[in-house]
Design a protein around this ligand. Structure first.
Ligand SMILES: [Zn+2]
Length: 757
């Protein structure tokens, strides 16, 4: 029996245990080196000695430990290692040209290599005992290589050495978070790098003595050092939430013509656990050299030669960056959450305090007044209305009441001066003027109060805002939650950590309620999801580092919010860097980022088990799931619908329902008729989808019903306002679809004010 890696592929625990037993029995732990010595001493014949020295191979084979699997919080594998093999030859044993040619041709054929190259490599390594002809071959090539060795009795010259290869089952998914490993299996980016030590394990070795036939002499001549596999890592990340985040983010990047990528973070506000974190466009972990961003592809297309190589390399490094953690941005109006929190906590303002906005505010030390995004001003308003309107003069006033020292202290407390210590590599620090510069006048304070002229990371921003959502407790953001061994035993469990209490729970509750009003009826309205209570704030920030004349239109648009507003569980930050769609004055957080956030919330909230609560009489409340009525007596079917409150009409004079429209199991508005066919199947007709964009919910519904279609509503769909219009529909106008198809229509409030400076 041979137990070398060549034949079994893997040294399992059973063999290792048996070996240890035998070694103990024969005392071979000491015997292996002694045996080698004995050969040298005992063999007198010089030529024979030489021959033995060459033929008697002592191979020292490294056994790679298996790298740990990375799981999401529901134990779905996000990164895993599979066994592969290195095909190796012993050039020193190949004595004749004929043998070398035979081996080169055979292996080249199986491994899809160039035979001449293989032969040349064997030749130039003639004095060596080890040459890897091909690394990490998978099952098919491995089996063929083994067969080749058996068929041609080449066990003396060729063997297969176990190795591992990293796979990412989801490909282009959470790439900027997971990262990847190098060709030699070391983590070089993302979590693969951060937790390389835990995932790697310790390599083992096999020392094998072989005779001239290449056959292992006996168990006594083999020595095993068992590899100790890496730990498996369980993340706080949720594959489904990550999927929702990436799906909507990448669609928004295309739709809004985002030129400098976009980010999204979903955080569990109670634990600081990261549920989702994405940069878009991202890249494929299984094909990481390929540039995926079409903007960058276009830039590379014009280059060639060395210039192309250099630019490609830079683009690869850029696409690996986790923009949510590695880069900074000016948070803009989303920072008003923090200013409001400080003002309320320090009792320099209450929700009912009155302010007046005339479109700008004069601040001592600034030659130009600070403008409000609403040039004609918001007029008289309460602080609550000032938050809803994202009014700059209101926040400058509150900022000045807080004062430079207090404002600075709270920025510290909210964590803006230190890295969050999130467990992904390469976290950037914030970029904020030193105290001296800041303290020079109230100018900095005035501009800081609405989130401009300093840079923070997205993860700092969502962590700080999550403190407001979490009763004032600032949590440590983290992504690894457990380390387990191969048997599933938890070796280490990461505990959520409260960094500090920043504001009181009372202040936090008051502010959460105000931020819900921002989404219910303010600049955040387009983040609304019918049936759910969402709180948040939009942002449209300039880039202060750009020359003044270049700033217009080059914005970071963002939305930062949480849900449910009355008992927040998740926080969400989305930010798009330089969306260039349409007129510059229409690029805003309210118009671009808020609807994106709404789509993400709409998917996540039902997924985490929250049921929608519809306001009585709202359009969305008038939706129902269609029952199956086929083959029911007509009178029974009518009763079912009557009990459900669904109106209907009957086609034909029969007594049994033959078919129905819509089919079973779709959401249909109760304002539309369900059709019962009693004599035939429903008509197999195709209808043309009308263009409902820009229409009110009522008008859109009528257009679709007239066309023989049904409407499913998403987005902002309460019917309080005449400014709610259909923004997008999931089937394009002009397309032919079967009669009775349900068309998803997303409504947004087109009157939501631009909150840019
Ligand atoms: Zn204003």
């Amino acid at each position: 029996m041979s137990v070398g890696v060549t034949d079994t592929g893997r040294v399992n625990r059973g063999i290792a245990a048996r070996t240890v037993f035998l070694m103990a029995l024969f005392g071979v732990l000491a015997f292996v080196p002694l045996a080698m010595k004995l050969y040298q001493v005992q063999i007198k014949d010089h030529s024979r000695y030489e021959e033995m020295a060459v033929d008697q191979q002592t191979r020292n084979t490294v056994i790679s430990p298996e790298r740990g699997t990375i799981y999401d919080r529901n134990m779905k594998s996000l990164a895993l290692s599979a066994s592969v093999y290195n095909v190796c030859v012993n050039p020193n044993a190949i004595k004749t040209d004929a043998k070398r040619v035979e081996i080169s041709m055979g292996l080249a054929d199986i491994l899809e290599l160039d035979a001449a190259t293989v032969e040349e490599r064997i030749k130039s390594n003639a004095g060596k005992q080890y040459l890897a002809v091909k690394l990490r071959v998978e099952e098919e090539e491995e089996k063929a290589a083994r067969q080749f060795v058996v068929d041609h009795k080449l066990g003396d010259f060729i063997w297969l050495e176990p190795n591992t290869k990293r796979y990412y089952p989801y490909g282009n998914f959470a790439s900027n978070v997971l990262g990847f490993v190098s060709n030699d299996g070391q983590g070089v980016e993302g979590l693969e790098l951060k937790y390389n030590t835990q995932l790697t394990g310790t390599p083992g070795r096999i020392v094998t003595a072989r005779n001239t036939q290449g056959v292992t002499k006996s168990l006594q001549y083999e020595k095993y050092f068992d590899a100790s596999n890496g730990m498996n890592m369980v993340l706080t990340l949720d594959e489904t939430i990550q999927h929702f985040l990436e799906k909507h983010l990448s669609a928004a990047v295309v739709e809004n013509m985002v030129t400098k990528r976009a980010i999204g973070i979903v955080m569990d506000v109670k634990t600081g656990g990261i549920l989702g974190m994405a940069t878009s466009p991202s890249y494929d972990l299984n094909n990481r050299n390929e540039i995926t961003d079409p903007v960058v592809q276009a830039q590379l297309a014009g280059l060639e030669g060395e210039e192309l190589d250099k630019a490609t390399n830079a683009a690869q490094l850029a696409q690996y960056r986790n923009k949510a953690v590695n880069d900074t941005y000016e948070p803009g109006s989303t920072f008003k959450i923090i200013t409001a929190a400080i003002g309320l906590e320090e009792r320099v303002v209450t929700m009912t305090d009155r302010f007046n906005c005339g479109g700008s505010i004069k601040v001592a030390g600034i030659s130009d007044p600070v403008n409000c995004h609403k040039k004609i001003g918001h007029g008289a308003q309460s602080f609550l209305e000032g938050i809803q309107n994202s009014c700059n003069p209101v926040f400058v006033t509150v900022g000045l009441r807080i004062g430079r020292q207090k404002f600075w202290d709270y920025m510290h407390a909210f964590g803006f001066f230190e890295k969050t210590d999130i467990d992904v590599p390469g976290e950037s620090g914030s970029i904020i003027s030193p105290w001296n510069a800041y303290n020079y006048s109230d100018v900095s304070l005035a501009v800081y109060s609405f989130g401009q002229t300093f840079n923070v990371t997205p993860v700092q921003m969502i962590t700080a805002a999550s403190a407001v959502a979490n009763g004032g407790k600032l949590m440590w953001p983290h992504i690894a939650s457990e380390f387990r061994d191969n048997d599933g035993n938890v070796i280490e469990s990461v505990q959520p950590r409260v960094v500090r209490q920043v504001i009181s729970s009372e202040t936090a509750a008051v502010l959460c309620a105000a931020l819900e009003e921002v989404v219910r009826d303010g600049t955040g309205r387009n983040a609304g999801v019918t049936g759910y209570r969402i709180a948040g704030k939009t942002g449209t920030s300039q880039k202060s580092q750009l020359p003044k004349e270049d700033r217009y239109g080059h914005y970071v648009v963002s939305f930062l919010g949480f849900a449910p507003a009355d008992d927040p569980q998740i926080a969400l930050l989305v930010a798009m860097d330089e969306p260039m769609k349409g007129d510059a004055n229409l690029r805003s957080g309210g118009q671009m980022a808020a609807p994106l956030a709404g789509r993400i919330f709409a998917d996540i909230l039902p997924y985490i088990g929250l049921k929608p609560q519809y306001a009585p009489g709202s359009l969305a409340a008038m939706e129902t799931m269609t029952p199956n009525l086929k083959e029911l007596p007509l009178e029974d079917a009518k009763k079912v619908l009557k009990d459900m409150g669904v109106s209907y009409r009957v086609e034909g004079g029969g007594g049994t329902v033959m078919d129905q429209l819509p089919a079973q199991g779709v959401m249909m508005p109760m304002t539309a008729d369900m059709i019962l066919y009693t004599e035939s199947q429903r008509p197999d007709a195709a209808v043309t989808v009308p263009d409902v964009t820009g229409k009110t919910p009522e008008d859109a519904n009528k257009l679709l019903v007239d066309a023989g279609l049904y409407m499913k509503i998403s987005g902002v769909a309460d019917d309080r306002s005449t400014t709610i219009k259909a923004g997008r529909q999931d089937v394009n106008p002009g397309e032919e679809v079967p009669i009775g198809t349900v068309i998803n229509v997303e409504f947004i409030d087109v009157s939501v004010a631009d909150d840019a400076l």
